[in-house]
Write a protein that binds this ligand. Sequence first.
Ligand SMILES: *Cc1c(COP(=O)(O)O)cnc(C)c1O
Length: 379
Amino acid sequence: MNDKIISFIQGLYQTNQPIPLHAPIFNGNEQKYVAETIESTFVSSVGRYVSQFEDKISQYTQANCAVATNSGSAALHTALYLAGVTTNDLVITQALTFVATCNCIAQLGAQPLFIDVSKTSLSLCPEALETYLTDNAFIDGKGQCIHSKTKQKIKAIVPMHSFGHPALLDELTQVCTQWNLTLIEDAAESLGSFYKGKHTGTLGDFAALSFNGNKVITTGGGGMLLTKSSETGHRGKHITTTAKTPHPYEFFHDELGFNYRMPNLNAALGCAQLEQLPTILASKRRIAEQYQNFFSDSDFQFVAEPDYAHSNYWLNAIICPNKKVRDSLLQQTNGANIMTRPVWQLMHKLPMYKSALRDNLKNSLWLEQCLVNLPSSVK
Ligand SMILES: *Cc1c(COP(=O)(O)O)cnc(C)c1O
């Protein structure tokens, strides 16, 4: 079977050369717009492409506010900060995620609490969340969600739309309402993914997108903070630009801020990439269909979009019948210069998060052993 998979992927990309997991593609106005910023000398944090990129993203996603940042991690850090996450708080997220999700929590002095993912969405499981809270938390007199054992405040949940497949957002929203939790979507991987017709990142109170080099579209490095309310959006812009109050020449900063603004150079690349997004998404969907057909009568389960969602198919994934089969697939495909990858090691296995609170993480542990990401570059 491994040989068949290898020749299928080589056929898909029509090459015997090394096949990357996800390479960016620059087929539009990228050179032109980036060159314009250099000619204008406005390469840094001031320039028309930054606000244009924000406008285009908020139009496309229908987000109320969009604030461009210099990374997805910076956007997520800002989102958690705006949500009031602070020292010794708990924030619920997935153990099956990229490390940046947890780092933003820890960088605010808070601690992640890991809840399992659902089998179909590969994202935070609403039932597991509900069960954990019912067994381990209560609402105090001030309406705050408190962890029964540690007495820490549980402030927010951060579901991550794994590989671009939207989480069960309605159910998660319901749990948040019941337990007074802020919903922050890690939508770093899900630009172009829709939950029941709404773009991911627009259902929560806050969200973060990423435009790192390996994402659906790239600005080189960059991210976007999305907010539901205009007020937090404005504050997001303010604190990501060193909290400087507007003045022709005076320097006055009215609160603690970050230097998180996306440079104009990167935004120019982003504007050009965004023009290509429909083409990119169509190509990714065709690739996903081909994988899905290929694996349909096999022991491998292709990860398809959940029935409530329209996914961007950022990274295609299959679930192997067991770890032995997975290991042999990883070894042989990588040996043939086809980049395949296991899913991230679960976060509670990393030294900084080894003592984090967690539930049994049943599905996460299974996916950690059996899931493989396949080459997904646009052709
Ligand atoms: C890429 C990614 C991020 C961070 O984005 P950067 O732009 O690289 O900082 C955060 N969370 C997840 C799940 C990601 O995949």
